[in-house]
Design a binder for this molecule. Structure first.
Ligand code: PEP
Ligand code: MN
Length: 343
């Protein structure tokens, strides 16, 4: 349930409402807007007496949240959430780009890629140190050594780091090196992992499960949020369909739909969403036009030598061109009347 306070509600009136909610053993989320304060009450609305709150001083009205996800819902938090990652705002005005190799392979490969990402204007370096591979015989990632290389690349270039964590027991290790914890598609419904990253204080990039509905995905975000971590970003990386010409089917509907359903930033991953580097540019441009708050892109200096996902990796030159195209599209979208960016 949401309790909307009147425009001029006093701090004492707000505190009285909060105290009553907490007295009922419920958690409260305060959202102070320019005009009014909104008090979110977490939990099952059916057992809540709305009248009791509507009679309190300073309360304008109450709204039940009928969706199964609460903290993630747009009703709960009407304005866009802006996730701060080491001074970079994600979900604000600018489209933030994360780029790097699928996997950290060596110091040389990572540094070369990191500088190319930086020079083209990316703010965040991606790179897997723990890789979820379909085959146990495929390269599984460099592990902690890979994390150390990512930290070195951050120190050299000033880029922030996003990298995947695959199990609850890895969270504290990965969190000591990463600025953003990535939950991979295969782990979107690993509830123990969602619980663990929810208790960490690091921003989380939650990828969409390859066969997950938007509602299931938002429920996974709810797990992280409900364990006390409000810095959650959603990442559309394509879903599995009957189509075989592309690796996955990038769901552009999800970008626009999520902007309605949730306040959380939405990031697009056209690399995994298509599986083909030739399609990464067009789909990246489309995602930004549809309202994505950021992009995560795989790039590699020599994609033909990449140990994973070379087929979908852009070379630095093409990546730099795409960055210019993305800037143009972001600017054009920002100028559209009625678009949230113009607000
Ligand atoms: C990745 O980012 O390299 C990755 C494994 O992505 P996903 O979990 O979306 O397949
Ligand atoms: Mn990959």
């Amino acid at each position: 349930m949401i309790i909307v306070m009147q425009k001029g509600a006093t701090p004492a009136q707000i505190s009285a409402v909060v105290a009553r909610v907490e007295g009922m053993g419920r958690q409260v989320h305060l959202s102070r807007g320019e005009e009014r304060t909104i008090i979110g009450v977490v939990g099952d609305d059916r057992t809540f007496d709305r009248d009791q709150f509507e009679r309190m001083d300073g309360v304008e009205h109450t709204v039940p949240i009928l969706k199964p996800y609460k903290l993630a819902s747009r009703e709960f938090h009407p304005s866009d959430s802006v996730v701060d990652v080491g001074g970079v705002s994600i979900g604000g005005q600018a489209v933030v780009v994360m780029a790097g190799p699928c996997a950290v392979e060596s110091r040389e490969q990572l540094m070369e890629t990191a500088w190319a990402a930086k020079e083209a204007g990316a703010l965040i370096l991606r790179g897997g140190a723990f890789k979820p591979r379909t085959s146990p015989y495929s390269f599984q990632g460099m592990g902690e050594q890979g994390l150390q290389l990512l930290a070195e690349a951050r120190a050299e270039t000033g880029l922030l780091v996003v990298t995947e964590v695959m199990s609850p027991s890895q969270v504290s290790l990965v969190a000591t090196y990463a600025d953003i914890l990535q939950i991979g598609a295969r782990n979107m419904q690993n509830y123990a992992l969602l619980h663990a990253v929810g208790e960490s204080h690091k921003p989380v990039l939650l990828k969409r499960g390859m066969m997950s509905t938007m509602e299931e995905w938002l429920m996974s975000a709810e797990y992280v949020l409900s364990h006390g971590n409000n810095r959650v970003m959603l990442c559309e990386r394509g879903i599995r369909t009957f189509e075989t010409y592309t690796r996955n089917t990038f769901d552009i509907n999800a970008i626009a739909m999520l902007k309605q359903l949730t306040h959380l930033p939405v990031i697009a991953d056209p690399s995994h969403g298509t599986g083909l580097w030739e399609l990464v540019g067009p789909v990246a441009r489309g995602a930004v036009a549809a309202g994505a708050d950021g992009l995560i892109l795989e790039i590699h200096p020599r994609p033909e030598e990449a140990v994973s996902d070379g087929r979908q990796s852009l070379k630095p030159k093409r990546f730099a061109e795409l960055m210019s195209e993305v800037r143009l599209i972001a600017e054009a979208v920002g100028a559209l009347p009625g678009d949230r960016r113009a607000a």
